[in-house]
Design a protein around this ligand. Structure first.
Ligand code: FES
Length: 69
């Protein structure tokens, strides 16, 4: 199972080494750092990866998980 963690006011972290990220043509992105952090704020200059811009722009997201029913 792949676990994706939503960081508070930050990126999506894909917490596995067994991941390949591809674009709309099926071409793989080179993944430099693990875990993979995907931009959630829209401000990264290195999309789809997080580059830390969320901190500089003060990105805030209020959504949190809920208990499943
Ligand atoms: S979430 Fe980190 S740069 Fe967007």
């Amino acid at each position: 199972m792949v676990r994706i963690k939503v960081r508070q006011n930050g990126p999506y972290l894909i917490e596995t080494d067994e991941v390949t990220l591809v674009d709309w043509n099926g071409r793989a992105y080179e993944i430099g750092r693990r875990p993979v952090a995907l931009c959630r704020c829209g401000g990264s200059a290195n999309k789809p990866f997080c580059d830390g811009t969320h901190s500089r722009i003060g990105f805030q997201a209020a959504e949190a998980g809920r208990d499943s029913e």
